[in-house]
Design a protein around this ligand. Sequence first.
Ligand SMILES: [Fe+2]
Ligand SMILES: [Fe+2]
Length: 270
Amino acid sequence: MLDQLELELLGGPAEARLRRRRPGADDLPWGTLDRTQFSCDGLLEARAVWTNGVFTEYASAAAFASLATAFLECKAPIDLSAAAADIVVDEIDHAEIASRLVMELGGAVPLHANFAMVSPAASAGVSPLVRAAEIAIKTSCVGEALSISALSRSHAVADHPLARAVLDRLLRDEGAHARIGTWFLEWADDRLTPDDRRHLAVVALDAIKVYQPLWRGRCASCEAPAALGGMAVASHAELMVDAVRIRVVRPLARLGIEVDRVELDEVLAG
Ligand SMILES: [Fe+2]
Ligand SMILES: [Fe+2]
């Protein structure tokens, strides 16, 4: 069942706890965005980009919650499990900040999702270790690694103080999000069999395929204003293809998870 994306705060002790854990959300330069400075189309695209951003941050929170559970179930080191669980709170903070930016841009565009399916799935019948490795690869080694590239580029061009402050807060946390998968795979290295590694390479390629719309068939005229973190479609596609090769496939190969190069080239073809 598809639902409209909407975030709600309960307030009281639950909100107070979140503010203690992730202080400073109210200190961003809220209220400084003059919507009349942007074209209607540009503003609409920025609302769409950032509405999608709220959803991806929310989905990342669900993914890291699954990762924390999977780490606990395969008896991973407890500091690693704690880090995964703490990242859930980072992502919830990001979702809230992004949604406040969407409000300043004029409100969310319709975005319907099946929230019951928001968590990443793992293959049926695999061991707890391989299950954790699958979720670590999808969530951290692929998803977060690509999101760092996209956010860094947006940060480089965004010159509106509010957009920059939001991107700063998101980027501050993303490095560890993209690395936790590697930390886990390094720990699991001598526990993974050659068959496990071949299986995980297929999982990695499937995870990369999910991001194909980022470099294939994007609407060439849909472009959010650079000041708000938007970028030209062609250069975004090129950036994502490079990020897959350099930030995803190469580090996985160093961990003994070798994605098939021929199939990868097909997936990355424009
Ligand atoms: Fe995030
Ligand atoms: Fe993240």
